[in-house]
Write a protein that binds this ligand. Structure first.
Ligand code: HEC
Length: 103
């Protein structure tokens, strides 16, 4: 079941454009739940969490930050490693997902 949801989200991700739409938010949610939330939390990170909150942040900001981690113009060992495996669609999708969450 979980796998089917994930592969469905992946296919939507492939079809999606680089704008905010339902498909990209859905695909971003699947990836975020699988990877990002381990550090960033789903919504409200605890006050002592060392990871910046992402919910409700600006779509363009999140997208740019991830692109900069991926090409290592912004350096952080953890995020460079994680963003290195993200495609353009992945980045747009997770940015759309987190931008759409209430902070
Ligand atoms: C292993 C822990 C970890 C995971 C998993 C992780 N991150 Fe991060 N993330 C961090 C840390 C630590 C920072 C702060 C790095 C810095 O100071 O630049 C960060 C920073 C960020 C920022 C910049 C926020 C800002 O305020 O500028 C974004 C955007 C981001 N992460 C997105 C993601 C996304 C999307 C995923 C999933 C694909 C993800 N992260 C997975 C640890 C993690």
């Amino acid at each position: 079941m979980k796998l089917r949801v994930l592969s469905g989200a992946l296919m939507l991700g492939l079809l999606s454009t680089h704008s905010i739409n339902a498909a990209s938010i859905y695909a971003g949610q699947a990836r975020a739940a699988a990877v990002c939330s381990q550090c960033h939390g789903i919504k409200t990170p605890s006050a002592d969490a060392p990871f910046p909150p992402l919910a409700g942040r600006d779509f363009a900001y999140l997208k740019l930050a991830l692109e900069q981690y991926r090409d290592k113009t912004r350096k952080n060992d953890l995020m460079n490693a994680i963003a290195g495996s993200l495609s353009d669609d992945d980045i747009a999708n997770v940015a759309a997902y987190y931008a759409g969450l209430k902070p």
